[in-house]
Design a protein around this ligand. Structure first.
Ligand code: GUN
Ligand code: ZN
Length: 431
């Protein structure tokens, strides 16, 4: 048995602050996080537990820092790190020009492994300990990703892209092959340690009706896998979907027609939706990944968080790399704040960190395992540095409350603010 304790300022969430107000926020100025065999055994004031720790317990002190649950990225593409920050255009042209050529390289499993290692190191450097991840159409891209994530003991969800039309030939599967490859990957990886599978049709324009039927079959056959796709990101994309599926009354309606909505379905972007779409997402317990960096970078539009709240739809944050121009969930929070500002909604500093942690875990239906520090959860956490840069250090010294301090970290922070990342209680930030 191994026991360790981390002492310092701790913040985590017990619920959604927008709904449960102060009761959702747990903050300990002098806190203690006790971990036994990678699992949370205690989180609370240090003085209530420090005296009774077993003598062999190592106590690690984190000065001038904030301990938070690990960040959850609810939508990201690991093969797209190499097209981050690519100059130019909006979604459909960006896919053709930058993304598809990059994804074609992942037929080579050695290359896929190399990128997966780099990607996971970058996530850990940014404090992200769990993510819902797109692979490419090649099953070997997912084998490479899960192999590397497994070596790091990470809780990760990934899936092979399914696309059988409107894409370059070397990136297309068929309904039969896509089904077979996905099923094999599920059998090989799903629930293996901390890994989970997501059936991953890219988006409605790149799947035929026959393929969407196979997606439905897979999630019926394996009801605890996730379903991960894009929805209503870009105006031109929405018009294209309307022309490809003339019998559907909306973009969401296409997925609905194939019974792809549900508690384990995550729809990235979800910008251009009607009130009835929002109601339908809510009544089916479907979830949404808000990707503000990508929505700004490739000019897709402004996500309405208020609509999601009103419809009681779970929302998590996603970087959507390579559409997003940073792997940092702190940067994602920064842009989320501004996107809501433009729509007259003030995203509070607590609400933002809830979205980055427990909210993300709820969106992925993983909140029984991760997202906060309740006893029995897996001990994935980050230590943010109040003196990460001279500017952050200076600005933090002028803060009077935890709310002010976390807002400064959100607005001025990125990977430089992440002093350490722990996975199952073990130091995991690359040196
Ligand atoms: N829609 C379909 N594919 C993609 C992708 O790779 N990135 C983004 N941002 N949107 C998409
Ligand atoms: Zn995406």
């Amino acid at each position: 048995m191994s026991v360790s304790a981390h002492r310092g300022e701790i913040l985590h969430f017990l619920g959604n602050p927008e709904i449960e107000r102060a009761a959702a926020i747990a903050h300990f100025q002098d806190g203690l996080l006790v971990i036994e065999d990678g699992v949370i055994q205690y989180c609370g004031p240090a003085n209530q537990r420090i005296e009774t720790l077993p003598s062999e317990c190592q106590i690690i002190a984190h000065h001038n820092a904030l301990i938070l649950p690990g960040f959850v990225d609810t939508h990201i593409h690991f093969p797209q790190v190499e097209v981050m920050a690519a100059y130019g255009t909006q979604l459909l042209d960006w896919l053709e020009t930058h993304t598809f050529p990059a994804e074609a390289k992942f037929s080579d499993e050695t290359y896929a492994s190399e990128v997966a290692r780099f990607f996971l190191d970058q996530l850990l450097a940014n404090g992200t300990t769990t993510a819902l991840v797109f692979g490419t159409v090649h099953p070997q891209s997912v084998d490479a990703f899960f192999t590397e994530a497994g070596k790091r003991n990470l809780r990760m969800i990934c899936g092979k892209v399914m696309m059988d039309r409107n894409a370059p030939e070397n990136l297309r599967d068929t309904p039969e092959q896509g089904y077979k490859d996905s099923k094999n990957l599920i059998e090989r990886w799903h629930n293996k340690g901390r890994l989970g599978y997501a059936v991953t049709p890219r988006f409605a324009p790149t799947s035929s009706e026959a393929q969407l039927e196979t997606v439905q079959n897979l999630i019926e056959e394996f009801p605890d896998v996730h379903m991960h796709t894009h929805l209503a990101e870009n105006r031109e994309e929405c018009e294209w979907v309307a022309s490809l599926f003339p019998d559907s009354n909306s973009y969401l309606g296409v997925y609905d027609q194939f019974k792809l909505l549900g508690r384990r379905s995550v729809f990235a972007h979800s910008i251009h939706l009607s009130d009835s779409d929002w109601r339908r997402l809510g009544e089916t317990s479907s979830c949404v990944a808000h990707c503000p960096m990508s929505n700004l970078f490739i000019g897709s539009g402004l996500f309405s968080y208020r609509s999601a709240l009103e419809a009681k739809v779970h929302v998590g944050l996603g970087t959507d790399v390579g559409g997003g121009d940073s792997l940092s969930i702190l940067r994602s929070v920064n842009e989320a704040y501004k996107v809501q500002q433009l729509q007259g909604y003030n995203l509070s500093p607590f609400q933002s960190l809830y979205l980055a942690t427990l909210g993300g875990a709820e969106t992925l239906d993983l909140d029984q395992k991760i997202g906060n520090f309740t006893v029995g959860k897996e001990a994935d956490f980050v230590v943010l540095d109040y003196a990460a840069t001279p500017l952050i250090d200076f600005r933090i010294k002028h803060c009077r409350s935890i709310a002010e301090r976390i807002f400064v970290l959100q607005m001025l922070g990125d990977d430089r603010a992440v002093r350490q990342t722990y996975v199952l209680g073990e130091k995991s930030k690359p040196e």
